[in-house]
Design a protein around this ligand. Sequence first.
Ligand code: NAD
Length: 509
Amino acid sequence: MSTSSKQAPEPTLFIDGQWCHSSDGQSREVINPYDGSVHTYVDEATTKDAERAIESAKRFFDTSDWPHLKCADRVALLNKTADFLQRDKAILAKLEVHDTGKTMREAEGDVDDVTATFRFYAKAALEVDEEKVVKSEFLPSSAKNVIRNEPVGVCTLISPWNYPLLQICWKLAPALATGNVVIIKPSEVTPLTTIHLTKLLVEAGFPAKAVQLLTAAGSNIGDTICQHADVDLVSFTGGLATGRRIIKSCAEGVKRCCLELGGKNPNIVFADMPLDLAIDNVTTAVFLHSGQVCSSGARLIVEDSIADKLVAGVVEKAKQIKMGSGFDESTETGPLVSEAHLKKVEAYIDVAKAEGAKLLCGGSRPDPKQHPDLAKGFFFLPTVFDKCDRSMRIVQEETFGPILTVERFKDGDEAQAIYLANDTKYGLAGGVQSGDTKKAHRVARRMRHGTIWINNYGPFSPAGEWGGYGLSGNGRELGPSGLDEYIEKKHIWEETEPALTNWFAKSKL
Ligand code: NAD
């Protein structure tokens, strides 16, 4: 995934309303994780390109009618984008499979999810008053007070590689619905669907300068697009280390900063959950998309009396997961996204063993003799570690791979289950699986995580809310809160009966 002086086959930067190549002619390889081959090249934007995009966005925000349009005009464009997303579903899904290695089924599901996101915000934006007159006994009768909902301005939107299309749309749809202008930066590992999406936005009729796209590594242009004085808001989804760096630079510029970061998510299973449902739930929660899911249920916290049977069932299922090309209909999960990520996940195996965790299955790349078809790709076997405890790094750190850790709690000790589930610095998501709904709700209320699934794991809706507690972030996406992130409140006080204030009565006019 290195840079090259080879020109990208087509320009992938969209700056000041024009598609263009990088100003220094550099490009970056896009690698297919299924076999490690170079799929294509995209432009590698320079800081000069980034500055040009921000200047264009700022000028457009300050001088055009876009931020002042009627909401209905903007939401018509959102609905049109949703139509085009469905029209190009197969194209987008294929690009996502090439980029991420996920299965077509998952990639098509992502396109449906983002279509729903655009449609949801087309409706939700109409429910936000452009301005509202304040009626209150605390106002003098001669005062008319109005609260206006206005766009924040130039918004930098930065997305990760695990759900490239989905994550950028969770930001784009509310940002554009509320009249902001956006600088989009997809992950350098998976830029392809975001490039196609930008074309759809322009085709749908969004003003070209309201949307600027920069493909490049965060290490090259990240500081520019976060620190530039003309950027008003940064919305970031990605890892904790990058998030910390971004929030520091936003603090310096007193900018709005919405962070959606990692997680180490507990999935509590009580003994009263039917075993077959529990096995299915735990396996799906952790191994979907080879564990490259921020909310993946990577920590199983299970009641003692069911633990051995449940773990044996999960191990059995994990061993049978069919890995392969995302284009093969029989494939159940694909590879990890890159060689670098594979090495990071692999390194956790030695860490876990050294800490005393017991490896029950997986723990390595697939055997090339048994699976020659997987030998060139970045595959890693579904892995289960038993005998884990809270002191271990494998329990506390996000591996972002197909690794499940098992912790047990004493029969009937609900408090211990909750304590273990909350014993993390993260707080993105978690699950409670139980046949006793009252108990499940009691436990869910006490869990310090942004999303809790009861008797399920993983679904979400644009109407819900998404975001973390603790080190999982400070922002909210989806739902009405996802829109609020991109709205500035303005207060206008009008005096309807102007009169002398008499504060300085001695100095008469
Ligand atoms: P990452 O932090 O390495 O990169 C994320 C994005 O930030 C990329 O576009 C990258 O180019 C950019 N970036 C890197 N350095 C930058 C800098 N200095 N300034 C600005 N931008 C910079 O994360 P990743 O490896 O792409 O993604 C995996 C992480 O994302 C995991 O921790 C996962 O949990 C998290 N994630 C969170 C959510 C959520 O909703 N909370 C969703 C998906 C992924």
